[in-house]
Design a protein around this ligand. Structure first.
Ligand SMILES: C[S@@+](CC[C@H](N)C(=O)[O-])C[C@H]1O[C@@H](n2cnc3c(N)ncnc32)[C@H](O)[C@@H]1O
Length: 301
């Protein structure tokens, strides 16, 4: 039975969002980050920010009741939407029933084998993009999960809390630049496209949001000998943000005089002052530092 026949065909509006939830007897689940977008103009802007066209296959994380999915479906070739909340599956079957290019799967994104899902749902002939209004409580883990797959996404267009967006797109030497920035910018170019006010969501969150667009690197970075060691060096160097690089390095590698001397030599060779803070180092400088520390056998190759 079509419970929502004769309604506004666009899912996104405050009235329709409430009506859909009421019809199905559902509450917005705070624990799953369910803040649904209700502004059609913002949805159009998200799809435009991703330059989504009929040439693209798109993965959406967390379709909710399908407001963003609908706009992606109108623009893209195929859409695969992963939703963790099983109560939303019958809702999506109805709200998106008219779009034959959409597949919804009940799936926790953090446990998803994306390569397998892509093989089973896409034809392999179209570039793949990720477009999503992310659940705030797991924004960073989701981005890490996407990057860890090493799938060559042609764009990742994601909405997140404005403060996290600032960290992702920060430049070296700024207060927002940190381990997360370095980790993400190591793999992708990162730009904040636009800010989204909290007023366009139901229920309204306590923070404003921003759309971040990640695209493949224009220029490749240096290659770390070991990604794991590079990431853990970065993490260690930002462990105490207000301390100098030198102090943080001692925190990681200890105060053994021989080791200290070797680290000092590595920093001199790289023309990096030990007194600066880690936030001044570019991604390539961190990679050089990790590689030199490895050559000096401070970290294992
Ligand atoms: C911020 S809402 C976005 C809903 C919809 N896309 C919109 O823009 O209105 C986040 C969605 O992600 C879903 N979600 C939360 N955790 C998830 C996970 N681990 N895997 C997949 N979906 C998840 C929530 O149930 C919710 O539908």
């Amino acid at each position: 039975m079509d419970k929502m026949k004769n309604e506004n065909p666009e899912i996104a509006s405050p009235v329709r969002t409430r009506a859909i939830m009421e019809t199905y007897g559902l509450n917005f689940k705070k624990s799953l980050g369910q803040n649904f977008l209700t502004d059609i103009n913002i949805l159009h802007k998200i799809v435009a920010a991703g330059d989504v066209s009929e040439n693209d296959d798109v993965i959406e994380v967390g379709p909710g009741i399908g407001a963003l999915t609908e706009q992606i479906a109108k623009a893209a070739h195929q859409v695969l939407a992963l939703e963790i909340d099983e109560q939303l599956i019958p809702v999506l079957a109805e709200t998106l029933g008219q779009y034959d290019n959409v597949t919804v799967v009940l799936q926790d994104i953090l446990k998803a084998d994306l390569k397998e899902l892509i093989r089973n749902n896409f034809d392999g002939k179209h570039p793949i993009k990720v477009v999503a209004n992310l659940p705030y409580y797991i924004t960073s883990p989701i981005i890490m999960h996407l990057l860890d797959t090493k799938i060559a996404f042609s764009a990742i267009v994601v909405m997140m809390q404005k403060e996290v967006a600032n960290r992702l797109s920060a430049q070296p030497g700024t207060k927002d630049y940190g381990a997360l920035t370095t980790r993400v910018q190591y793999q992708m170019e990162c730009k904040t496209a636009f800010i989204v006010p909290r007023t366009v969501f139901i229920p309204q969150p306590n923070v404003d949001s921003a759309i971040v667009v990640l695209t493949p690197l224009q220029e490749k970075h240096l290659e770390p000998y070991s990604e794991e060691q590079f990431f853990s060096l970065v993490k260690g160097c930002f462990a105490h943000r207000r301390k100098s690089l030198w102090n943080n390095l001692q925190g990681i590698y200890g105060k053994n005089p021989e080791v200290r001397e070797k680290i000092q030599q590595v920093l001199t060779d790289l023309k990096i002052s030990p007194q600066i803070r880690a936030e001044r180092l570019s991604v390539d400088e961190f990679i050089s530092l990790a590689n030199k520390l490895s050559e000096a056998k401070i970290i294992e190759k």
